[in-house]
Design a protein around this ligand. Sequence first.
Ligand SMILES: [Zn+2]
Length: 493
Amino acid sequence: METLFLVLYIAIGLFLVFLAIIILRTIIKGKKPETPEELPEIKLRDNVVERLSEFIQIPTVSQADYNVDKSQFTKLEEKLQKEFPLMYKNLEFEKIGEFGLLFKWQGQDENLQPALFMAHYDVVPAEDEGWDYPPFSGKITDKYIYGRGTLDIKQQLIAIFETVEQLLSENHKPQRTLYFAFGGDEEVAGKEGAEKIVKTLKERNLNFTFVMDEGGLYNSGSMEFLGDRLLGVVGMAEKGILFLNLTAKGKAGHSSQPPKHTSIGKLSAAIKELEKKQYPLRIGQTFRDLITALTPYAPFGIRILFANQHIFSPLLKKVFSKSDVTRPLIQTSQSVTMIKGGIKENTIPAKAQAVVNYRILPGENIEKILKRTRKICKKYDVEVEMSDLWPSNNAIPSCSTKTEQFARLDKAMRGLYPGSVTTPFIMIGASDSHFYTDLTENIFRFTPVTADSVDLNSIHGKNERLKIKDYKKAIRFYYHFFKSLDEKFTTEK
Ligand SMILES: [Zn+2]
């Protein structure tokens, strides 16, 4: 009897210790970061909004086959030169290939490692239908600028130009060398723009303290418990991308005398099994960092889960896998995007084909996915090949949030929107920045404008638009952030 009590006491004791640890961690991890000072207002150049609208009106639409209207790209480049004369006069400018613009703003202190800022000047196509104002009208209303490229990503491109022009007009001389690299084919994989720029930078043995590209925004309404707080999300990692072609072959002929299994039947069976066998849920570094950043703002019950995410990871996986929006953050995704087979209602086709798109989490890779897909498809006599529709690449693993570079970005982000919360995340789409992995340890993918779910859907969709006040604040952000880079990082002499 006594031993039974002893065991019981020990069990209760251990449970209480466990509980104490959980609560203690919740208290420690629940501490909010210090609030930075708000970034002061600046006096903007005249007509910044009208100028952005004029750039929106130039339809620099990229096409996968590069069969584009080159005159629009030339027009945009000429307009940049005309509107930002100081930038072209004072910075070293090079045109790289046909779709790359590279600027170097020489810093005063050679010991400081340069930083590089990116954007792209191409946009995806848009038809007038379904828009309140035509997509290339650049219509300015009392609150918004409408048009293709207002969120992806001419606002970032032109805001950078406006900022540099303004700083130059104030005679600002940066301590740190700043590079600006802009591609004209990001929307079709960046082979002629970013990839060539990176090749040039590599030949010059350059290395950057960080590279900043388009990416997350200040999201509103994404987490109920954040209330009015904006969530400034920074892409710290990027999912890889892969397209596979599935091909089923079979006997062609009249539909009145079919074989037992047609090419379409085989292909469908393979797709059915692929969709049944989803990739495992996986909590990686960026997801852990995201949860950590949210912890102080979560209500107590959720805070317990977040602060002790290692213990509660099965529960977190369950919760985050419920929604199609959050599941891709913890899973290699698989989408069947195209299917083709048959041209006549009474004829069995010899061939049926499908395209499957994978977005790869760090930890998974192209080789493994190819092997797994082939194994499943083989059962149904379906061949699998990598597609050449889009270049494939593995995931770019997370860069660290525990660096001074990230801290400085975080300070500027929360300084622009006081009360906002900075959180890392993994980019589920591809950006040009993946070309830069050999040139820096820090790639930050962030665009300093706000967006709710409607705005996010307008990217590559209908009624893409930008709040005028957001655009002005974006310039304010770059203005102060560029200036803040004059200061050394402690790793620099
Ligand atoms: Zn973009």
